[in-house]
Design a protein around this ligand. Structure first.
Ligand code: HEM
Length: 129
């Protein structure tokens, strides 16, 4: 399929937008070239809720295939495995040397720029171990 995906936030939902680069038939639906389709990904994806991963990434969404931080399909992120290894190494190194707590100045305000980001940054108190 000749499609492109962009993650974006619409109101309080996440959608994956895909654009048909040629006329397609999806089941019994005709999708003309140039049409954008928005697929709802989750209604609470904006919420900081680490507990959603308590049953692993597969259990994190109501439907397992909705978990797609690196995209899906033929244009899935090329750096996915590298990014996961890098992140694990980075977090392990940082946590072995410092202890963190949230500053009183932190304001919870998730916002979408290129990625989902805290609008005013994350103010942390860092103490060397
Ligand atoms: C936490 C880190 C990262 C996240 C969350 C992320 C996420 C994504 C997403 C959502 C896409 C779009 C996938 C789609 O269109 O279906 C993408 C594409 C891509 N990413 Fe990443 N990415 C990350 C790190 C990296 C790294 C480290 C590299 C390279 C070393 C990389 C290389 C790419 C490339 C080349 C594409 C375009 C793939 C294509 O269009 O065929 N990414 N990434």
């Amino acid at each position: 399929m000749y499609i492109r995906v962009e993650a974006m936030i619409i109101k309080l939902s996440i959608v994956a937008s895909r654009k048909a680069f040629k006329d397609l038939k999806f089941g019994n639906i005709d999708v003309p070239k140039g049409l954008s389709i928005w697929v709802m990904v989750g209604d609470d994806a904006y919420k900081f809720n680490p507990e959603r991963f308590s049953n692993g990434t597969i259990g994190a969404c109501k439907l397992p295939h909705m978990y797609m931080p690196f995209g899906v399909g033929p244009r899935v992120c090329l750096g996915q495995n590298l990014a996961m290894v890098e992140l694990k190494m980075l977090i392990a190194l940082i946590l072995s040397k410092f202890i963190f707590s949230l500053s009183m100045r932190y304001v919870q305000s998730p916002t979408l720029r290129l990625l989902m980001e805290p609008e005013h940054g994350v103010h942390l108190l860092v103490k060397k171990l």
